[in-house]
Structures are given as structure tokens and as C-alpha cells.
Write a protein that binds this ligand. Structure first.
Ligand code: CP
Ligand code: NVA
Length: 303
């Protein structure tokens, strides 16, 4: 593993290796056991979109690992004024030991990996959010003891979260059902892959998707960059809400997860959110541990 660009690039074994190391790093952090695997290493964090969790967890993660992190807003970099991504990454490769980038186009992340000579981590694109899904899988495994054989249901937009969850769930032996409006399906190639490699369903019916689910997942109706579609999306997703009725159709011990930020009263009701707050905030915490595992595996390598 040289980069984390999307989960489709990883084998099941590599995903499990990340989750195992994440569990170990979480244990070490909770018990005050030092784990400074990246002493003297520096991560650059480029943001073309806003962030709370990704920014803070990567920065704290590097600190925990003995290294440091630089917050680089694209507004303050020359790429914000049009400097080529190819040139930017060739320069940054001379200063840094790794890059985490949050941007719009998946292509930009892939191009950084192609032109740079340091590990690139995808901190969210319009296409994928692999770091979030590693934390999600970690949280599910922590609570359920296993991933294999569990059913995950996703309610809402076939967006970056849905794309990455499909791949992460199917690769680790879960079944996956998504309920979304006809015009808001996940990436076509990812759905084809899922159909050929596991138990996958895409339906317009929330009831059908959540039936007997072990995990229900949802995300905002309008993602970053889709702010001007908010009204039209609000109408299209009106019935795609994780509420008490949806939860009643799932397994009695269903987990409800949300990558956050949440729009309560839209994709999830406030009462369902609060009833499942302990797993949702464990999930947010696990971003830290899962990303530390990714950074150790990518950046500890001798160059
Ligand atoms: N879930 C997530 O990535 O949160 P941020 O947008 O706050 O980083
Ligand atoms: N789908 C959301 C995820 C935020 C973590 C977005 O891209 O804005």
C-alpha cells in the first residue's frame, strides 16, 4: 500500500491490517503507552473544502505519532490561484513525508499520487471518503465483534459516503442495501462491482433497504459543493429519513451511524440521533485511531 486514494485499491487483508493496527493504537492511546512511530515526519493537509473532524483528527494524530502536521488551505496556496497540481505536488514532495488532501475531483488526488513521490491520503472527494469508512468499519467491528455476515443499510444520497461504504462493506463480507431516489444512485461502476462481488441491493424503498439491517447509515442530502441544489434535493429526499419507523424494521440491536455533520430533521430525526449518539461519537473518535493506522502504514516505510 503506497497511498490511500480509494478503498477499491485495497485488498480485504489490507483493510483488516489497518483496522487491527487502529485497535492497537487506540488501546495504546487510552493507556498512555507511547507510540511515536512518525517522529520527525511532517504531514501536509490541503483543504479545498471545510472540515472539523478530518482536520483535527489528522493534526492530533500526527502529534500523537511524534510528528507534525501543516494545515494548508487551498485559498492560501498557489494552487488556489491556478498553479498546476502536478507542480505543486512535485514541490511538496521535497518538503513533506505525506499529504492528506480534501478536494472536489478524485482525479486531483490520483494525479498527486502519480506525480508526487510521497504517500497521498484522500481526505474526501466528491467520489470517495475512505478515511471515514475505515473508522466506520472499526466502530462496527468494535461493537459487533465481526463484520462478516452483517447487513448495512444506507438511506439517502448515493454520494461519496455511499460509494466508499459499498466498497468497504462488500470487501469485508457485509451485505449492503441502499435506499435512494432513482436520480441519486451511487457510482455506476461501483454498483456493478458490488453486484458481481457480494450481496448488494439498490432500491427506492427505505423499508426494503433497512429490513433486518444490523447497521443503518445516513449522510446529508446535499454535500459540500452542492449548496445551490439544497432546495431541489430537500424535495427529492423528503422520504429518505432515518426515523423511528425505519429503525423498527431493522434488527432490535441495530447500530445507527452518521459520518457527521448531521442535519437533524432531514436525513435523521433528532430522537434517533440522540438514541444512537454513543455509537455516532465513537465513530467520530475512531477517525483519529483509523487515520493514525493509515499514516503509520504509509509513512513509516523507509524511503
Ligand atoms: N465526517 C467528516 O469528514 O467530517 P468533517 O467534514 O468535519 O471533516
Ligand atoms: N457527503 C458529505 C460528507 C461529509 C463528511 C460531503 O461530501 O459533504
Amino acid at each position: 500500500m503506497d497511498h490511500l486514494l480509494k478503498l477499491g485499491d485495497l485488498t480485504e487483508e489490507e483493510i483488516v491490517q489497518i483496522l487491527d493496527l487502529a485497535d492497537q493504537l487506540k488501546y495504546e492511546k487510552k493507556n498512555g503507552i507511547p507510540h511515536k512511530h512518525l517522529a520527525d515526519k511532517t504531514l501536509g493537509m490541503i483543504f479545498r473544502k471545510s472540515s472539523t473532524r478530518t482536520r483535527v483528527s489528522f493534526e492530533v494524530g500526527m502529534y500523537d505519532l511524534g510528528g507534525s502536521a501543516l494545515f494548508l488551505s487551498s485559498n492560501d496556496l498557489q494552487i488556489g490561484r491556478g498553479e498546476d497540481t502536478q507542480d505543486t505536488i512535485r514541490v511538496l514532495s521535497r518538503y513533506l513525508d505525506g499529504i492528506m488532501i480534501r478536494t472536489f475531483d478524485q482525479e486531483e488526488v490520483e494525479m498527486m499520487a502519480e506525480y508526487g513521490s510521497i504517500p497521498i491520503i484522500n481526505g474526501l472527494t466528491d467520489y470517495a471518503h475512505p478515511c471515514q469508512v475505515l473508522a466506520d468499519l472499526m466502530t462496527i467491528r468494535e461493537r459487533k465483534g465481526t463484520l462478516k455476515g452483517l447487513k448495512m443499510a444506507f438511506v439517502g444520497d448515493g454520494n461519496n459516503m455511499a460509494n466508499s461504504l459499498i466498497v468497504g462493506a462488500i470487501k469485508t463480507g457485509m451485505s449492503f442495501a441502499i435506499a435512494c431516489p432513482e436520480e441519486y444512485k451511487p457510482d455506476c461502476e461501483i454498483m456493478n462491482w458490488a453486484q458481481n462481488n457480494g450481496d448488494f441491493l439498490c432500491t427506492t424503498s427505505v423499508d426494503e433497504a433497512v429490513k433486518d439491517a444490523d447497521v443503518i447509515y445516513t449522510d446529508v442530502w446535499a454535500s459540500m459543493g452542492q449548496e445551490n441544489e439544497r432546495a431541489i434535493r430537500k424535495a427529492a429526499f423528503k422520504y429518505y429519513c432515518v426515523d423511528g419507523h425505519a429503525c423498527s424494521l431493522a434488527k432490535p440491536d441495530v447500530m445507527v451511524l452518521h459520518c457527521l455533520p448531521a442535519h437533524k430533521g432531514e436525513e435523521i430525526t433528532a430522537d434517533v440521533f440522540e438514541a444512537h449518539a454513543s455509537e455516532i461519537f465513537d465513530e467520530a473518535e475512531n477517525r483519529l485511531h483509523a487515520q493514525k493506522a493509515v499514516m503509520v502504514l504509509l509513512m513509516k516505510k523507509e524511503k
